[in-house]
Design a protein around this ligand. Structure first.
Ligand SMILES: [Mg+2]
Length: 85
């Protein structure tokens, strides 16, 4: 991979981190809310941003739908198993 691809990748990862941070802030404001409408709209915006960045990150890193679904199923199975203990 050439260094220009690495810098594009680093910029994409940086943007993904920033969008995740913005969602965290919106969720924290929801917990401490004074007006529900504004916080729900902010969360909606930030979830949309994060979903878009996750789709981009999956393409960048090379994670297919199948790989993701398999991992989610594995995690659900583990959670289900842990809850039975
Ligand atoms: Mg955002």
């Amino acid at each position: 991979m050439c260094s220009c691809n690495r810098s594009v990748e680093a910029a994409q990862v940086g943007q993904a981190v920033e969008e995740c941070a913005e969602l965290i802030v919106a969720l924290q404001k929801y917990v401490n809310r004074t007006t529900i409408h504004d916080t729900v709209e902010a969360i909606l915006d930030e979830i949309a941003d994060v979903e878009m960045m996750l789709a981009q990150m999956r393409l960048t890193v090379g994670i297919s739908d199948e790989m993701l679904q398999k991992r989610i199923c594995q995690k659900f199975a583990k959670l289900e198993n842990d809850l039975k203990k």
